[in-house]
Design a protein around this ligand. Structure first.
Ligand SMILES: [Zn+2]
Length: 313
């Protein structure tokens, strides 16, 4: 009987589940709303239902599911399989997610932070599949990320490494949700872009600027609006400073950028690359590829499956 694993991306909005081959190919996948506000018991029941459906599908194809990998947002103790806290699931405090799922499924289950699983997914089957060591940044409402070193997630001493969005860039900068101020997240996320735009608009000159979205700003910048163009280039420079720091510290072969802000790629990437060349050691800066992610919403599931396969060995 052939083997397969199930990879789960448990997001605050969507719960994505896939049946994945040992070579990292998605054989089947499904998605439904996470409905985090209904509380952890209902989310876990939904999770179990999705996993069971994929397992049954595998059985019909003559495949045995040997493990489940789950990427979840928040502070995750991956060794213990515990969700310490999760901003998207307010009632998840020290939740032993791994034990709950293993008891119900009688299968080995592995839990990881979702940005780490997305990083590993891109390294295994996505934009970085030809390199062993890379850094992934996901630019969304916030800035997440993960570090893959020689084909494995660099978790650090407590499994919490890779929080690239919270490196400090600005002395006494914008207050960040993490408690620090001046974090990369406050300048290179979609929220940061909107804040930069509102800071730059001369007060009273734009009607309804308070309701502006990052997509509006990308559109204005594409249309050549000088203020929006400047905001996107400034965002690109902040991102470039962050990437230059990562290059100097980690010397990754590749930096992969995903998340919703990636849609605005042509509006910021030149400024990013210039800043990297200006600040990082030139030998490494010239040799580090900065590329968009390839797997999109599949990265987390693929990476969660990779975690499961690696830990089974
Ligand atoms: Zn922060």
């Amino acid at each position: 009987m052939g083997h397969a694993v199930i990879g789960v991306d448990l997001g605050g909005t969507n719960l994505r589940t896939a049946l994945i081959s040992p070579a990292g190919h998605i054989l089947a996948k499904q998605k439904e709303a996470s409905l985090a506000s209904e509380g952890h018991q209902k989310v876990i029941s939904r999770l179990l239902k999705n996993i069971t459906e994929q397992r049954e599908k595998a059985g019909r194809e003559g495949l045995e599911v040997v493990a489940v990998g789950v990427g979840a947002p928040g502070v995750i103790l991956s060794g213990e399989g515990i969700v310490v806290t999760s901003p998207n699931f307010p009632d998840w405090n020290n939740l032993p997610l791994r034990r709950e799922l293993e008891t119900a499924l009688s299968l080995p289950v592995f839990i990881e932070n979702d940005a780490n699983t997305a990083a590993l997914g891109e390294q295994w089957r996505g934009a970085a599949k030809d390199v062993e060591s890379m850094v992934f940044l996901t630019l969304g409402t916030g800035v997440g990320g993960g570090i893959v070193y020689e084909g494995r997630i660099w978790g650090g001493a407590h499994g919490m490494a890779g929080e690239v969005g919270h490196m400090t860039l600005v002395l006494d900068g914008r207050k960040c949700g993490c408690g620090n101020s001046g974090c990369l997240e406050m300048y290179a996320s979609s929220r940061g872009i909107v804040m930069s735009y509102l800071d730059a608009v001369p007060s009273g000159t734009v009607d309804g600027a308070g309701g502006i979205t990052s997509a509006d700003i990308y559109r204005s910048a594409s249309d050549g609006d000088p203020l929006a163009v400047r905001v996107m280039q400034e965002m690109g420079r902040f991102l470039g400073i962050g990437i230059a720091n990562l290059i100097n510290i980690l010397n990754p072969a590749m930096v992969v950028i995903g998340g919703g802000v990636k849609e605005a790629w042509p509006l910021f990437i030149e400024a990013t690359r210039r800043e990297v060349q200006r600040r990082a050691f030139s030998y490494t800066a010239e040799r580090t590829q900065i590329v968009p992610s390839l797997l999109g919403d599949d990265a987390g599931m693929v990476g969660a499956a990779a975690v499961a396969l690696q830990k089974l060995r």
